[in-house]
Design a binder for this molecule. Sequence first.
Ligand SMILES: O=C(CO)COP(=O)(O)O
Length: 248
Amino acid sequence: MRKPIIAGNWKMFKTPDQAVSLVNELKELVHQDQVEAVVCPPFVDLPGVLQAAEKTGIKVGAQNMHWENEGAFTGEISPLMLTALGCEYVIIGHSERRQYFAETDETVNLKVKAALHHGLKPILCVGETLEQREAGIAETWVEGQVRKALADVLPQDGEQLILAYEPIWAIGTGKTATADDAGKMLTHIRGVLKELFGMEMAEQIRLQYGGSVKAENIKELMEKPDIDGALVGGASLKAETFSRILLF
Ligand SMILES: O=C(CO)COP(=O)(O)O
């Protein structure tokens, strides 16, 4: 049985103080362990959030990282730095990173491998544009992203992996993919994972949907057999809205 995992991607929102307040509010509202709750604040918020989240069951992740341990890479953060803080998760290959910061399938692959090597759980993001969906190539495109991101990843590392399908046209637009479309894509992705990692491992990997997830649509999404959770942007920025999603 895969434990549901719902993660909040706070993107470039919340100062350190605001981030700690949000976790404190959240922990008052959410007392359950049926769903794994993760928050992914900006880097500078991580120490405070990790401290506030301690012993609450709320897990913490970063939104990105470099693949090298250290080096002359101005402005970057390494996996060693994240593990030293006590981070458990790291989002990799979010479409905003691919679109605005020139991340490629190759760098995403390097980051996924580095995260696994350091014992960080990658939340690997994939998803198609509206043009690709309308051209009928969404499945082929997303499958290609999955295969390239996971090239040379060992099957036994599969259980650390979370994979999030986020159609770009559904992010921050209020347009959610229908539960049927999201479920269908994630079933397709699990099929690819079966081929890459074997049936048994693929059945353990948790798959998320992301893109305008809110309290009103989470239940229907979670009813799909291959949707094990969600990656939530806007609605994760308020304790009230995020807790309603977590308590779906
Ligand atoms: O990009 C997302 C999460 O990573 C989704 O963002 P929204 O929930 O704001 O659409």
